[in-house]
Ligand binder design. Structure first.
Ligand SMILES: Nc1ncnc2c1ncn2[C@@H]1O[C@H](COP(=O)(O)OP(=O)(O)OP(=O)(O)O)[C@@H](O)[C@H]1O
Ligand SMILES: [Mg+2]
Length: 334
């Protein structure tokens, strides 16, 4: 089966004040298959949002893709013109961001924002677009969609705004939905409702999804596969059961270990990963996690360490020399 999205060796850099290029996403490779939900996890600053913005070609002006390919539905995105990309973005591939208030246009009603996308991408007439927009708002679980169409974003609650964003993102029946921490700004009950709705719609409409989140319980609930990023690199990828039951990379283990559980005894100390994500990766030698890793030894400080992914199991890849027998070398796309 051909991958719907196939990211190969993607590198992204930002120009700094002194005009140097600072690489923040470094040779990242992964894929998403039709109908699949891939979750991307990792500490703040590890490059999750930049990776997804690069896929959508929405990097800020000081950012650029410095290497790699992004194949979407058989087409290479990195060599497309803005015009060609506009035909794909919003239509075949759409994105939901964390903050719906800043993503929605404050001066247009919900109805205008929804129907505009339908008219541009699908060429619908005003009446057809309105009918479809009402239907989408209903699907997104909004009561009284006719009234909702006439409202401005500031008249809605946070949960309602996020539902509108979902309706807009799904309006043209995209094949891929990228959701970057879509519910972080909402309270937990609304969070659960919105995520359930998103998952049901993704399955119902036979779409694929990339979900970026810090919430590991959400990952357990939503993901088919999980990709763990650390300091601009993919450090582990596995199906969701393997990742939770047999994590391989010391960083993944630490990440899972730092989640408190209601079953913990009251005197269990909250575990935290010592140190922080390195600021710049350019001068680091060896494994980028070594300084924070309890298993670090000499081999982790060699230039080769951290450069390769090894096989930890079936479709389970890990960037750690603990798994390094040469014959087990794999690439993520293997
Ligand atoms: N516009 C920008 N200009 C310069 N550097 C940037 C820019 N956007 C992101 N970066 C840098 O790129 C790195 C990766 O950022 P990114 O936003 O992808 O992190 P993230 O994994 O999404 O973190 P979080 O979990 O906090 O959202 C960070 O070091 C960040 O400072
Ligand atoms: Mg982010």
């Amino acid at each position: 089966m051909a991958h719907l999205l196939d990211v190969q060796d993607l590198s992204v850099a930002f120009r700094t004040d002194d005009r140097q290029l600072n690489t923040v996403v470094d040779h990242v490779s992964f894929h998403v298959d039709p109908g699949e939900i891939l979750c991307i996890v990792g500490e703040s600053g590890c490059g999750k949002s930049v990776t997804s913005l690069a896929i959508m070609n929405l990097l800020s002006r000081n950012g650029q893709i410095t290497g790699g390919r992004i194949l979407f539905d058989g087409q290479e995105l990195t060599s497309m013109t803005e015009r060609e990309l506009n035909r794909i973005r919003g239509k075949k591939m759409s994105m939901i961001f964390q903050d719906a208030l800043t993503s929605l246009n404050p001066v247009f009603t919900v109805g205008t924002q929804l129907t505009e996308s339908l008219r541009i991408h699908l060429g619908l007439t005003k009446d057809d677009a309105t009918e479809r927009a009402i239907d989408l708002l209903k699907k997104a679980g909004l009561p009284d969609p006719e009234t909702m169409m006439k409202k401005y974003p500031h008249q809605l609650s946070g949960g309602q705004r996020q539902r509108v964003m979902i309706a807009i993102a799904l309006s043209c029946g995209p094949k891929l939905l990228i959701a970057d921490e879509p519910t972080t700004a909402l309270d937990v009950t609304i969070q659960a409702q919105i995520m359930k709705l998103t998952r049901d719609l993704v399955h119902e409409l036979n779409m694929s999804m990339i979900l970026i989140t810090h919430d590991l319980s959400l990952v357990a609930e939503m993901a088919d596969r999980v990709m763990v990023m650390y300091a601009g690199q993919v450090v582990e990828t596995a199906d969701v059961f393997t990742l939770f039951n047999a994590p391989a990379h010391p960083y993944t283990k630490a990440l899972l270990g730092s989640v408190p559980s209601i079953y913990d005894s009251p005197d269990r100390k909250l575990f935290s990963i010592r140190g922080s994500v390195p600021e710049s990766y350019e001068e680091l030698v060896g494994c980028r996690f070594a300084d924070r890793c309890d298993h670090a030894h000499e081999a982790c400080r060699t230039p080769e360490a951290g450069q390769m992914l090894f096989k930890a199991g079936e479709a389970h890849a890990v960037r750690c020399v603990l798994y390094s027998p040469a014959e087990k070398e794999v690439t993520l796309r293997g």
